[in-house]
Write a protein of this length. Structure first.
Length: 148
């Protein structure tokens, strides 16, 4: 799972952007439902059904990310995680990490930006992971907070 936002400011900004996107997607869903019932031709109905399915799928994924980030923002918990090396996401090099909560292991892939890569221990480094009890799998390593 690729997650990069860690600080309160980053999470808040991301929540605002996702809120705007969810509003736009909701409008697209309503518009396509309206057009499905208003269009008399079968081909146009089929087109709007396909668009409705695509927009609804995007809405689902954006909303799930929104819920995880809201939980991270409102009720953050911290636990020590360990870096495991590099991982690639969207063509960008990131740092792979793992952490354990109540005996269950979780993995993540985090960007280290704006922290210079040279200042991060990429294999075996110990840093705090911000997570929420509601979504423990959504943890994000904070490279500004090394664990002692």
């Amino acid at each position: 799972m690729f997650l990069s936002i860690v600080s309160d400011e980053q999470l808040m900004t991301n929540q605002i952007v996702k809120s705007i996107l969810l509003i736009i997607l909701s409008g697209g869903i309503v518009l396509n439902i309206f057009r499905i019932f208003r269009n008399p031709t079968r081909n146009k109905k089929l087109l709007h059904i396909v668009l409705l399915l695509i927009i609804s799928t995007i809405f689902y994924f954006v909303f799930n990310a929104y819920k995880i980030e809201a939980a991270l923002l409102k009720n953050p918990q911290y636990i020590i995680g360990t870096t495991k090396g590099f991982c690639k996401t969207y063509g960008q090099s990131n740092i792979d990490f793992e952490y354990e909560i109540n005996g269950k292991k979780f993995e993540g892939c985090n960007t280290y930006s704006p922290i210079p890569q040279s200042s991060i221990i990429t294999n075996g480094g110990r840093y705090l992971v911000r997570y929420s009890n509601k979504y423990p799998e959504g943890g994000r390593m904070d490279f500004t907070k090394p664990a002692k």
